[in-house]
Write a protein that binds this ligand. Structure first.
Ligand code: SF4
Length: 103
């Protein structure tokens, strides 16, 4: 999860912690950063897939999953990255390609 101030490297929850949320104290992902992040620099696809599967399994037994899910869905889509609320969120390209105008 992510707080309004953005990524929280070194957070005791995980990279995208929501430290201002009371339920985060019971998050199953505490201390598991960066297992819940989006693709890491240099990480192969197979490694990302395995890491994400592990993170999703943690979400599956998390007792605050519903609160996390609701909080996640309240975040702007561009801030939902990696595994949040029991779901994988691919990184959104902040610079989408623009269509070339017809000449
Ligand atoms: S549902 Fe997943 S991302 Fe959310 S607090 Fe639980 S373990 Fe962390």
């Amino acid at each position: 999860m992510r707080g309004k101030s953005g990524p929280q490297p070194g957070s005791r929850f995980r990279t995208y912690a929501a430290p201002d949320q009371e339920w985060a104290e019971d998050a199953a992902c505490q201390g598991m950063a960066p297992a819940f992040d989006g693709p890491l620099p240099g990480e192969k696809t197979e490694a990302t897939d395995a890491r994400v599967a592990g993170a999703l399994a943690v979400c599956g037994v998390c007792r605050v999953r519903m609160a996390c899910r609701e909080w996640t869905m309240d975040q702007p889509r561009k801030e939902r990255q990696g595994v949040m609320g029991g779901q994988w969120w691919p990184i959104v390209n902040p610079y989408p390609a623009t269509k070339k105008s017809a000449a």
